[in-house]
Write a protein that binds this ligand. Structure first.
Ligand code: ZN
Length: 369
């Protein structure tokens, strides 16, 4: 039943996950001078702040996060990994995997992050809201069963997708990951499972290395239900829109999920230090609109977005505002001051080498119908 409300998940503790003194994404230590970890609170805090300053925050249905339970987490992660990050978190922290810091109390914050996405799911499934954005931290889409990776501790989207299936009894869910990096953890969580269609649109061969290739299409019973669209570096809004129009939307129409989860990173945005794409707020608004249209068609508008990457603190809040405006149907009238600059750059239209890549991905649709 549609009620049109948009939920928003947030907790101040998300900002207290301390990733320490890396030099961007790299550990410091001679010859690398200590700096600031690229996955720090600033981008996300500014996103939430802009929602408030724009006035949109007041119109959103606030959803209180809860802690994910061990049972929910162990549907994806190993007990040994959970114990490892718990132990690190109770001392002075350490590394849970490549570029992935555990700070003091990070274990509990990670439980609240995964639990925030679960709370968003619960609000959607109960009919409290139509769709929701969970602005959680730490992110999740690179985390693997037995290790953290790429700043991600727990696989928030996988844990939530499995809960939708196991607890709420959904027969088909879909994930559409638009973070600039491959959603390898989400892919892993459902690689053999036909109950989840996992789609990742990302920059070709960016992170993790040698991951997210088009031939990674699922295995066993899950064969055909994992779709990677590795767009060439430099892709702009035209390439993203074409990927959605020609692959993502038709795949969702064929599969007919009962819920769409969107691991939502903003690092495909122009100016991002960890990506080389050219998305802008108009592009994110457009992709959200396309997802909402297909969600209306197949799953009563149920879309759950969970926050992932995005490392340009000045521009990312405007992507978030555009997305949440679109989800809620409320226009604040706040203009994105970066939009004109980004939209005017060359390469925003679909280019032949990008078109060729998307045409390859289109061939995967045959397996879904
Ligand atoms: Zn990313």
């Amino acid at each position: 039943m549609k009620n049109g409300k948009t939920g928003f998940v947030w907790h101040e503790l998300y900002m207290w996950h301390n990733t320490g003194n890396y030099a961007g994404p790299i550990p410091y230590g001679n010859p690398v001078q200590p700096g600031v970890h690229v996955e720090n609170p600033e981008t996300k805090r500014r996103f939430r702040n802009l929602l408030e300053v724009s006035g949109l925050y007041d119109s959103l249905e606030k959803i209180q996060p809860r802690n994910a339970t061990e049972e929910e987490i162990l549907r994806f992660h190993t007990p040994e990994y959970l114990e490892k990050i718990k132990t690190l978190s109770e001392s002075d922290g350490g590394e849970a995997g490549f570029a992935t810091l555990v700070g003091r109390d990070s274990y509990n914050i990670a439980l609240l992050s995964a639990g925030g996405v679960l709370a968003g799911l619960e609000a959607i499934m109960s009919g409290q809201v139509q769709n929701a954005y969970a602005l959680v931290r730490p992110p999740g889409h690179h985390a693997l069963p037995d290790t953290g990776m790429g700043f991600c501790l727990l696989g928030n989207a996988v844990i939530t997708g499995k809960h939708a299936i196991e607890h709420f009894g959904l027969e088909r869910i879909a994930t559409v990951d638009w973070d600039v990096h491959h959603g390898n953890g989400t892919q892993t969580g459902f690689y053999n499972d036909p109950r989840a269609l996992t789609i990742s649109v990302h920059q070709d061969c960016c992170f993790p290395p040698d991951s997210g290739h088009i031939h990674e299409n699922g295995e066993g019973e899950g064969e055909g239900f994992n779709i990677n669209i590795p767009l060439p570096a430099g892709s702009g809004v035209g390439a993203y829109e074409a990927a959605f129009d020609r692959v993502v939307v038709p795949a969702l129409q064929a599969y007919k999920p009962q819920l769409i989860i969107v691991p939502s990173g903003f690092d495909a945005g122009d100016f991002d230090p960890l990506g080389r794409m050219q998305m802008h707020s108009g592009g994110f608004r457009s992709l959200t609109k396309k997802l909402m249209a297909v969600a209306d068609e197949v799953c009563d508008g149920r879309i759950l977005m969970c926050h992932e990457g995005g490392y340009n603190a000045e521009t990312a809040p405007f992507y978030g505002l555009a997305i949440v405006e679109q989800l809620s149907g409320i226009q604040t009238g706040v203009e994105d001051p970066f939009l004109g600059l980004m939209a005017a750059q060359s390469g925003q239209t679909l280019l032949p080498h990008q078109d060729k890549m998307i045409a390859e991905a289109e061939k995967l649709l045959g397996k879904l119908s």
